[in-house]
Design a protein around this ligand. Sequence first.
Ligand code: ADE
Length: 227
Amino acid sequence: MKIDAVTIFPEYFAPLKLSLLGKASESGIVDFHIHDLRHFASNNHHSVDDTPYGGGAGMVMLPQIWGLALDPIMVDDTDLIILTPAGKRFDQAMAAKFSTARHLIFACGRYEGIDDRVRQYYSSELFVGRNIRVHEVSIGDYVLSGGEVASLVMIEAITRLLPGVLGNPESLNEESHNHDGYLEYPNFTKPSIWRNIAVPEILLSGNHAEITKWRNEQAQRRAEKNL
Ligand code: ADE
């Protein structure tokens, strides 16, 4: 999978070199490219934003600079993800869908967002032949200062679903969201007593049928508590 991210803060993406994401990148499972939007700003101050038409607070990111940044990477069969708190809520099902994509572009807006014509242009008929899908996505009902952190959240959730990224693919099967939406059961390791708190007896019993039953009950209880 190829992943491009366009941002005015490329440094935000340093964590892509760490841990599982770093390994996925080294082994060629994911091919990350981070683009500095300011490289496409030709004015003296390299400004990327201006005041909104119609008035109001804040600044809006300039469409022409986004166009220059996106055109060269907008190849056939691309999902363009525009991060905005007004977008569709990201969840595990969306992560699973994007994990089957060939090419993702994360457009990280700052300020009051990106001029809406960027979304309109790449969603338009001009691009139908090139098979471009545009998605406005939010990672939750709160406002971040920009889309960079939101992109990282999405990239981690999506890429760990790619074959070969997790050390033990079994963990994917065991995950809560693959179990009818139940959250996962609580886990314990050695020692069996820590600060006077004992691991539940059943887990030491070796009775796998009973352990599975107990875990399912615990997972369900947790899910109900979080409703
Ligand atoms: N940009 C600002 N807030 C955001 C959010 N909650 N999700 C995605 N992008 C954002």
